[in-house]
Each structure stands twice: as structure tokens, then as C-alpha cells.
Ligand binder design. Structure first.
Ligand SMILES: Cc1cc2nc3c(=O)[nH]c(=O)nc-3n(C[C@H](O)[C@H](O)[C@H](O)COP(=O)(O)OP(=O)(O)OC[C@H]3O[C@@H](n4cnc5c(N)ncnc54)[C@H](O)[C@@H]3O)c2cc1C
Ligand code: SF4
Length: 813
């Protein structure tokens, strides 16, 4: 048999470095019989993405890089949950912890690192974890379910990502840091303080300049004591103070080690035939802790071991990016200026951006970016190539004013050399990407990822890959840029809607089966979207799939940080009565409601209701649900209007209450807010609502597409109408057109930008027939809606399952 003549290659460590080296070897030739040993029970997964698993935006399945089939398809023998305990270079055999012995011709050590656990009293208590693997992640997720206060020791990249993840899981999180600046090994003081301010805004607390001397508690940790005598309570402590290369096996087997396993420029250890790559490796005195250098090492080793000519590995320049949404930070090379540096810097406190580039003898040697990291890949390349600063480079990086920005992206792609690395993590060049777009007709980032690996690891190069796509496809980009609604499918929204209609598909599962979803269960992105599209298309026949909805919509209440819920009764137009107020007060007292809060939309929010009390609270309130949790009409905010206000020209309270009654409970692609004002003074703020209505002497003016949230947008004037009937008709038509053409989760502010105000005006205002048809369809949908709590209170089975069964698994969101 052919395999008998193959050399036996053993990979010790089933992580990113080891398996990426195997991928390179497989590309070069088929001359090895490969066996992989890994201590963890999983196939190779993207460790970088654990931060996203923790914050809840990805699942473990999403981050698997090479699934079980990949090993089988490539005839690789995989032993998971198995640790290699000894290498015998004389007999050329390895031994495993379960007593197996296996002979080898060559070995690649890729044993990675272990998290460094501070050697202080109490560090072995329950509730103290590192942040390194799936097991750590699961422990943190579990702790967040049962405990409230967490401390993360270490304000570096890993510590901050862990802290943000725990905040997202509802914990009260303090980052404890020894130094006065967070990420001080990657950022200068300005960027560090901007970053800290941003993270504080996102809910992370900081205890700076604190040295932890002891972890307190009995069996489980209950807090931290600092060297200055102060204390911090915490039921979960994450140690993110650094990593230690995992050299135990190398040491036990007599390999030369320093901090890591010592290798030469071809990744050869002190013992012939035994190589090392990844975080366990020490090359020219340096151990790396980011993936790009590990992949570079793997490329050199793969070629070397396969007998292909290769330049030696000479070390890497590392760059850092933080993976916290809304926080863009980048640094590479030198970032703290010394007397030898020329400093170029720009700080914009309004836009919260900061750029600093350091030159030594006019050569670019380092950079820090905060807020706007579009030039990060470019800077990384310039630093690596030790480029001289020129006028052109200066204006590309620092911007040349209002007209410079647009052109610079295009020209920086144009001027990029073919061999320039775009994806630093996976070593993918511009040429490779251009070639696959041109030769294989690829049109999306996902396809490029699958084909070349670019964007597969940290994802930081995605903007550049998109720019290359745009550059190569030119005018074809916009149409080609349509991508699948999630990673389970390549179909976009329009295609899915068309297929549902043509093929008469009626359930999410049927759509996934018939349209060839890659993940047969779907994911938390596509399932709620499909459920919405089905219901919007077939309001009379589609049976709502509760299990496909986000948790708040399933529970008909908003879950809070502490696991309790909020209750918001409907108050049409923001108007209530003394009787209703009394009921609200009585119920709040009886069920120990923590806070009653007046919301921005003029409603009363009963905060802190226990899950099991929810049905009783609604039963006793006997008021309609305010839908404060739903992708639906939330509130119609009104001003006092002509009933009482001396400036009022229209009855805004009456109209607001009428609109709210008419359109409540209807599903929309995203939450929907309306305001009605009695005159242009607009006391109820029409300009930031999905639909804003302003009364005037001759009738009403309608505005659409406003938003006061994360991406504020002032609403556009849509039209003026003379009568109340016209107002209701046009509002209904706008809502239905948005329901039918909006992408799931797309707010009207984005929808108006995408579809175009003129187009929406022409559909609704230019054709009375169209308008009437839209209104007819919204009326049909409105006939199907019913109050969720009324329905729930009559449905004992669901009521018990959702509110009384404490083992209920929440799977979406
Ligand atoms: C939360 C988090 C976020 C990160 N973010 C980034 C980022 O944004 N950018 C970036 O570049 N890097 C990031 N990193 C670092 C990056 O993930 C690592 O550099 C990379 O995964 C290291 O790969 P490796 O293969 O060397 O080691 P590992 O991934 O640790 O793999 C080593 C494997 O070997 C196994 N093993 C050890 N000893 C044995 C033995 N004797 N027998 C069998 N198996 C053994 C281990 O169990 C482990 O599974 C992050 C890391 C974490 C934890
Ligand atoms: S918007 Fe006009 S009508 Fe309404 S309260 Fe203000 S001033 Fe009065």
C-alpha cells in the first residue's frame, strides 16, 4: 500500500498553529501519514473567536475551523482528549497519558500556552478561571447565570475582551489592573485613556494601579484583597495576566527550552526531526502570543519539511486589534515615542479618533490608531517594509481634508503591490485575492474566506478584502455584494422571499431544507428573520414559531441584567388614567417591583419582576401589553396638542392614541416608534422617530426614517396631507412598504438610506393604486394580531413551560 512508504508525522497540539501547518503541508504534497494528538476534546477551533462566544455573538459550532470530516477527508488520524506525555528520540516513539505508544519519523510540537495564574493565596478557589479555551468560556457563561459580580485581573487585550463578554452576559464587571493605563503594552497613554473612557461608557468598571494580594472566600471566591488593604467583592475572578508557553512535554523529553521551545530559523528544535511552531516556540529569543507570527512559522516549516525551497523565518512584526464592537483600536511596532522619534499625531475629541505614527530617521516604525482603523493594514505593511514617509503616504494615512478620504481607499488598493499581505493572520496576499475573484468568479467576502482563508481568523482585514472586491468588480460590486443573510446560506433576503413565494414554503425548517442551508438547524441570525418573513408574507396562514424568536419576544418581556423582567403596560398616546395608575401601583407593591420608571416613550416601566410572577402581574394589571420587547410598534409619543396647548393646531394626543390602537401588535423588521405633535414646535420630537407627524394649520406633515439611537438620523419630510384619513392611509402604506421591503433588523433610518426617499415617495405617493394595495395588505395583517398576554393567560401549557419550568433552555440570542 502506498501509505506504508509514507513518513509518519505526528502533530502534538490540535490548535491553530499545528493545524495551519498541516493545511500548508497538505497543499504542498501528500508524503506524510499524519496523526494529530490534542488534549482538548474538540476539533481545531478558532481560539481568537472565544471572545465572541463569550459575548454571545457566536456559538462554539460557529468557531470550528476544521470539523471532524476534514480530518477524515484528509486521512488524518485524530486523537482528541489525549495528551502526549513523553517523546523518546532514541526509539522514535511518543507516549500518551492513556498509555499509548506510537512511533514517528517527524514530530511537530504545537502545544501552545497556558494562562498564567497569579501565585497568590486563594487562586485555586472555585470561581477563579483563566481565559484560554472552550472550557473556560463555558465556566464564565455558567457563572454569569448564577452570580452577579465579576473581576477580571489584567487590563490587556484578553482581559478587556473577557470583561466586555461578561458585561454582555449581564454581570457587574470590574477590570483590575496593576498599571495606570490599560493595554499599556500596545497603546500609548492618549489611546489608552480614550479606550478606557469608551469601555466605561459600555459598562466596564476599572480599578487601576491595584495589585491583588489575595483572593478571599471559602470554597468559592468571594472577593479580592489588594496590597493597599482595599477589597473588591466578586463571585467570579478571571485571570488574564498573561500566558506561559507550554513546554512541559519538551522539558520532560530533553529538548532545549528557554521561555519556550528553542528553534532555529527553520523551526527545528534541538533534537533532529522534532520541530516546533506556535506559542510554545521560542525563536531568536522571542515567544509570540498572536496568530500571524504562528502562521508565518507554519508556512516556513511546511515548506522545509516537504523539501520545498523557502526563505528562513526571521521573526515577525506584531500588530494588535481589540475585538470589542464599537471599539476600534490598532497598534503595531513602536508606539511610545522617544527622543529618536518624529511623531505625527492627530486627535479628534468630537469624533473620538486618534492617530499616531512614529518615524525613526523618516522610516515608519510604529503606529497607534483609535476610533478609525481603516489604515491599519496599510500601516502594518509600511512598518514591515520599513517604508520612508512621503507626502503621498502622509495624506493617505492622515487624510487630506474633506475630499481626500473617498479617493484614498481606492488608490491605496491600486497602489498595493501584488505580494502585499492583506490577511496578516493567514498570510493571504492581494494577488491571491484578486486571482480568486477574477479566475473563480467570487463575489463575496465569505466566498473569498472559504477559498483563501483571508478574514478567517481575527477578521480585522475584512474591510480591505471588501475594498479589493470593490476594486476588482467595479460597477459589478454593488449587485455582486449581495450576501447570504447569515453564514448558513448564500441567499440574500430578496432571493429567500422570492423562493418562499414561488415554492410555497411555509415553515423555517422547510425553507432551510429546500433552500440548502449549510447548517440544518439554522442560527440565531436566520431563524428569527425567516419567521418574520414567513409571517409578513402569509399573515393569515403562517403559524408563529415562538422557538425562532429572540428570548424577549418568546417571553413577552424584556430580560434584565439580574435575570428579572420588565413589564410595560400599553398607554395609548402616553395618556393614562388615575384608575390605571392605581392598578399599576398596587401590582408594583404586591410583586415587589424594584423601580417604576417613566420611559423615553412616555410609558411606565415596572422593572424587576420575577419570571414566575410575570403571568400574575399581567393578569392583575389587566392592561394590554406595551410590546416594549418586540420588533413591533413600541410607542406613539404625543405632545399635549390642541386639546390643551395654546400653540396646538392639531389634536396630537387624540391622533397619537388612535394610531397606536390601530397599529399595535403588528410585527415589523425592527422596533418602530412614532411621534405626533400638535404644531411645528415638535415637543414630542418627531425628527427622531420612524414616523414623525407634525400638525400645521392646513393638516399634517409626515416625516420618515428618523432615529435617536446608536446611529442618530433626522427624519426626512415625506409629504403633507390635509385630512386625518389621508394621514392614516399614508402612514399605513409606509409601514407596510417597510414591512415588505425591509431587511430583518433593519431600522427605517437604514431602510430609507438603502431604498431611497424618492423611491418610497414614488411607490406610495405617485400611485394611488399601489397605496391602496399596501393599505389592504396591512389591514389583513392587522386582523390577525392579538394581545400576547391575553393569549398566554389562557394557555396553561405554554404558561407553565415558559414561566414556571426553571430548566427552560433559552436557545436564540
Ligand atoms: C480569548 C482569546 C482571544 C484572542 N484573540 C486574538 C486576536 O485577536 N488576535 C491574535 O492574533 N491572537 C489572539 N489570541 C491568541 C491566539 O488565539 C493564539 O496565539 C493561538 O491560538 C495559539 O495557537 P497555538 O496552536 O500555538 O496554541 P493553542 O491554540 O493553545 O493550541 C495548543 C493545543 O495543544 C494542546 N496541547 C498542549 N499540550 C499537549 C500535549 N502534550 N499533548 C496533546 N495536546 C497538547 C492544547 O490543549 C491546545 O489545544 C487570542 C487568544 C484567546 C484565548
Ligand atoms: S408641539 Fe406645539 S402643540 Fe404640541 S405641546 Fe408643543 S407647542 Fe404645544
Amino acid at each position: 500500500m502506498q501509505t506504508q512508504s509514507k513518513e509518519k508525522l505526528i502533530i502534538i497540539g490540535n490548535g491553530m498553529a499545528g493545524i495551519s501547518t498541516v493545511e500548508q503541508i497538505l497543499k504542498l504534497n501528500n508524503s506524510f501519514d499524519i496523526t494529530v494528538f490534542g488534549s482538548e476534546p474538540h476539533p481545531n477551533y478558532n481560539r481568537i473567536m472565544l471572545s465572541y462566544v463569550l459575548e454571545g455573538s457566536k456559538t462554539i459550532d460557529d468557531i470550528v475551523l476544521n470539523d471532524w470530516n476534514w480530518y477524515r477527508d484528509n486521512q488524518i488520524t485524530l486523537h482528541t482528549g489525549t495528551t502526549v506525555t513523553h517523546i523518546d528520540p532514541v526509539t522514535k516513539q511518543i507516549t500518551t497519558d492513556d498509555g499509548k505508544k506510537e512511533s514517528y519519523d517527524k514530530i511537530i510540537m504545537a502545544t501552545g500556552s497556558n494562562p498564567f495564574i497569579l501565585p497568590i493565596p486563594g487562586s485555586d478557589k472555585e470561581g477563579v478561571v483563566g481565559f484560554r479555551d472552550i472550557n473556560d468560556c463555558n465556566q464564565m457563561i455558567e457563572a454569569a447565570r448564577n452570580y452577579k459580580k465579576a473581576a477580571v485581573i489584567g487590563g490587556g487585550l484578553l482581559g478587556l475582551e473577557a470583561a466586555k463578554g461578561l458585561v454582555n452576559l449581564g454581570m457587574d464587571v470590574t477590570v483590575v489592573h496593576l498599571m495606570e493605563d490599560i493595554m499599556e503594552r500596545q497603546l500609548d497613554r492618549s489611546a489608552s485613556s480614550m479606550l478606557q473612557a469608551e469601555l466605561e461608557r459600555q459598562g466596564i468598571k476599572f480599578a487601576m494601579g491595584k495589585q491583588t494580594s489575595e483572593l478571599m472566600g471559602d470554597e468559592r471566591v468571594s472577593g479580592l484583597r489588594f496590597s493597599d488593604g482595599s477589597e473588591l467583592m466578586a463571585d467570579l475572578v478571571v485571570m488574564a495576566v498573561g500566558i506561559k508557553p507550554n513546554i512541559a512535554l519538551a522539558q520532560a523529553s530533553g529538548l532545549e527550552v528557554g521561555r519556550g521551545i528553542v528553534v532555529d530559523d527553520y523551526m527545528q528544535t534541538s533534537i533532529e526531526g522534532v520541530y516546533s511552531v506556535g506559542e510554545c516556540t521560542q525563536h531568536r529569543g522571542v515567544c509570540y502570543g498572536l496568530v500571524a507570527p504562528l502562521f508565518e512559522q507554519g508556512h516556513v516549516l511546511a515548506k522545509h519539511i516537504c523539501g520545498v525551497d523557502t526563505a528562513p523565518y526571521e521573526g515577525s512584526i506584531v500588530a494588535t486589534k481589540l475585538k470589542i464592537s464599537g471599539v476600534d483600536v490598532f497598534s503595531a511596532g513602536d508606539f511610545v515615542e522617544g527622543p529618536e522619534h518624529t511623531v505625527i499625531s492627530a486627535k479628534d475629541e468630537w469624533k473620538r479618533t486618534y492617530k499616531k505614527v512614529l518615524l525613526r530617521n523618516n522610516t515608519i516604525v510604529g503606529a497607534v490608531l483609535f476610533g478609525d482603523v481603516t489604515e491599519s493594514s496599510n500601516l502594518q505593511k509600511l512598518i514591515k517594509q520599513q517604508s520612508e514617509m512621503t507626502d503621498d503616504i502622509y495624506s493617505t494615512i492622515m487624510g487630506t481634508g474633506c475630499c481626500g478620504g473617498g479617493a484614498s481607499k481606492q488608490s491605496s488598493i491600486e497602489t498595493m503591490s501584488d505580494e502585499e499581505i492583506v490577511c496578516g493572520c493567514n498570510g493571504v496576499t492581494k494577488k491571491t485575492i484578486v486571482d480568486v475573484i477574477t479566475n473563480q468568479g467570487l463575489t463575496s467576502v465569505d466566498e473569498i474566506k472559504a477559498c483563501t482563508g483571508a478574514t478567517r481568523s481575527c477578521g480585522g482585514c475584512k474591510p480591505v478584502v471588501e475594498q479589493i472586491l470593490q476594486y476588482v468588480l467595479g460597477d459589478g460590486f454593488k449587485t455582486a455584494a449581495k450576501q447570504g443573510i447569515c453564514g448558513c446560506t448564500t441567499l440574500d433576503r430578496d432571493k429567500i422571499i422570492a423562493e418562499i413565494t414561488i415554492k410555497g414554503l411555509s415553515t423555517t425548517r422547510e425553507i432551510m431544507n429546500v433552500l440548502g442551508w449549510s447548517n440544518e438547524e439554522g442560527c440565531s441570525k436566520c431563524r428569527p428573520a425567516l419567521n418574520y418573513y414567513l409571517h409578513m408574507l402569509n399573515p393569515e396562514t403562517h403559524e408563529d414559531e415562538k422557538e425562532s424568536r429572540f428570548v424577549n419576544e418568546r417571553m413577552n418581556a424584556n430580560i434584565q441584567k439580574d435575570g428579572t423582567y420588565t413589564v410595560v403596560p400599553r398607554m395609548y398616546g402616553g395618556v393614562t388614567t388615575p384608575e390605571d395608575l392605581k392598578k399599576i401601583a398596587d401590582v408594583s407593591l404586591k410583586y415587589d417591583v424594584k423601580v417604576v420608571k417613566v420611559t423615553g416613550g412616555q410609558r411606565l416601566d415596572l422593572i424587576g419582576v420575577k419570571k414566575e410572577d410575570l403571568p400574575k402581574v399581567w393578569e392583575e394589571l389587566d392592561m394590554p401589553s406595551g410590546y416594549a420587547y418586540a420588533k413591533s410598534l413600541r410607542t406613539v409619543k404625543t405632545c399635549v396638542g390642541s386639546q390643551f396647548c395654546r400653540f396646538g393646531t392639531q389634536d396630537s394626543m387624540g391622533m397619537g392614541a388612535y394610531i397606536e390602537r390601530k397599529f399595535e401588535r403588528l410585527d415589523f423588521p425592527a422596533k418602530f416608534k412614532i411621534a405626533v405633535n400638535g404644531c411645528p414646535r415638535s415637543c414630542a420630537e418627531s425628527c427622531t422617530k420612524d414616523i414623525g407627524i407634525i400638525g400645521n394649520d392646513g393638516g399634517w406633515e409626515i416625516f420618515i426614517g428618523g432615529n435617536g439611537g446608536i446611529k442618530p438620523r433626522i427624519a426626512d419630510s415625506f409629504c403633507k396631507v390635509k385630512t386625518d384619513d389621508e394621514l392614516i392611509e399614508i402612514c399605513g402604506a409606509v409601514m407596510q412598504y417597510y414591512r415588505e421591503t425591509g431587511n430583518y433588523l433593519e431600522r427605517t433610518s437604514e431602510w430609507v438610506e438603502r431604498v431611497g426617499l424618492e423611491k418610497i415617495q414614488s411607490v406610495i405617493l405617485d400611485s394611488q393604486d399601489n397605496r391602496k394595495e399596501l393599505v389592504k395588505r396591512i389591514e389583513i395583517a392587522l386582523q390577525q394580531v392579538e394581545d400576547p398576554w391575553k393569549k398566554m393567560l389562557n394557555d396553561d401549557k405554554t404558561r407553565t413551560a415558559l414561566y414556571e419550568d426553571h430548566k427552560l433552555a433559552i436557545s436564540v440570542e
